[in-house]
Ligand binder design. Structure first.
Ligand SMILES: [Zn+2]
Length: 312
């Protein structure tokens, strides 16, 4: 079964040059290329015909606008290739033969050394959310020199949820954790450098900090935007430092924010097991779905690289 999603930072040494001429590896099964639709920064290559006004296309164009208008990010360079297989079987075959080191995941974000961003997914019930999540990674990396791990996932979870960024499943789960004594710890998240360190609760917490900083006050929102701007220019920064300067009790304020969100939820039922977003149900060895430079050096056609993510 294919579960979750994954982000991969790789260099395809067999690639040609340029965004559209560069090829994904294609042992056994080519990536879809029969139908090509370019709009905005996206190039959709699909197994099936996609109308220019297809809701999936409109959705990603809206996502791009939302990200840039919300975060005041520059447009960035290069194209984002959106590869969608028409069947899970075709996707599984492609991923299994070309990325045998990677765990089974519903979708991938691949950043190639030349800068091309590629999202790989398959048709299915969760395609829209998967594309929003992975395309958020792509758009952030396209515009920012540095994207800390926690922020990358926090924004991906936030924008995946829609314009308001509200993820009721995350709220419900975090609320239960908080009632059991859990406290958010942004400094701990900021120290994370390895995707393997992040588990499902870290994704939820990353989402919470983004939502809190966005909504708590004009000051916290300003600090978040300044933080993002500095990172976009490659300047190291700490959102925890910034929030603490605004309010020394910012952790408690974040918990109160969570409590407000939980109170507004009409239905606080926990999501079913296995419904969580990144994690493959109860598979503990792949904490939060995102992978993985450590797999890559074993594959001769792939070279792991940190070049696109200097913070990791
Ligand atoms: Zn992600």
């Amino acid at each position: 079964m294919t579960l979750g999603r994954a982000r991969v930072v790789v260099a395809f040494t067999l690639l040609g040059t340029g965004c559209l001429t560069g090829k994904l590896p294609h042992v056994g099964r080519d990536a879809p290329r029969e139908h090509v639709l370019r709009t905005g920064p996206f190039v959709f290559t699909t197994d099936f015909e996609l109308a220019r006004r297809d809701p999936l296309v409109d959705d990603l164009l809206g996502l791009r606008q939302a990200i840039h208008e919300t975060l005041f990010l520059p447009e960035g360079n290069g194209l984002v290739r959106i590869v969608v297989f028409d069947s899970q079987q075709g996707y599984d075959e492609f991923v299994r033969t070309n990325f045998p080191e990677l765990p089974s995941r519903r979708a991938f974000f691949v950043q190639q050394a030349q800068g091309e961003m590629v999202v790989i997914a398959a048709q299915g019930d969760r395609l829209r959310g998967d594309l929003r999540h992975e395309a958020t990674h792509a758009l952030l990396h396209r515009s920012m020199m540095s994207v800390p791990l926690w922020l990358d996932e926090g924004f991906a979870e936030y924008f995946e949820a829609g314009p308001e960024g509200l993820n009721s499943r995350h709220v419900a789960r975090l609320d239960v954790d908080a009632q059991r004594g859990w406290k958010p710890d942004l400094r701990r998240l900021e120290r994370m450098r390895d995707l393997w360190q992040m588990n499902a609760s870290d994704y939820r917490e990353s989402w919470l900090w983004v939502h809190f900083a966005s909504c708590q006050s004009s000051q916290t929102r300003r600090e978040l935007l300044t933080y993002v701007t500095n990172l976009a220019h490659g300047e190291p920064d700490s959102l925890a430092d910034r929030l603490e300067r605004v309010d020394p009790h910012y952790v408690e304020a974040c918990l109160a924010h969570l409590d407000d969100l939980a109170g507004n939820l009409a239905n606080k039922t926990l999501p079913e097991e296995g419904e969580n977003y990144h994690v493959g149900s109860s598979i503990p060895i792949l904490p939060a779905g995102d992978v993985i430079r450590s797999f890559l050096p074993r594959r001769p056609s792939l070279v792991g690289t940190d070049s696109a993510s200097p913070d990791r």
